[in-house]
Design a protein around this ligand. Structure first.
Ligand SMILES: [Zn+2]
Length: 81
């Protein structure tokens, strides 16, 4: 039986990389029985998705990039005239 400390480590690792089947099973089994770790796992996932959304917003989409590039080209062409 794993301790909550070990499981919380597995939970945060599982968000960054694919865990080996054995670890995943141990984590799932523990989460089924331990509401503390279940809550922790849930909060970690929520936090991650919030962080991901925030970084998505900061990253310009391809469209804004090309829009910007077009403007820059226009301005560059004007200077040439
Ligand atoms: Zn636990």
């Amino acid at each position: 039986m794993r301790t909550c400390k070990e499981i919380s480590k597995l939970v945060s690792e599982s968000l960054d990389r694919e865990l080996p089947l054995r670890e995943r099973m141990a984590m799932r089994l523990h989460l089924m029985m331990c509401s503390l770790c279940r809550t922790y796992s849930h909060q970690m996932r929520q936090l991650r998705s919030v962080l991901k959304k925030a970084s998505d917003v900061e990253t310009p989409t391809e469209q804004t990039l090309s829009e910007e590039a077009r403007l820059r080209i226009k301005q560059a062409l004007k200077k040439e005239e």
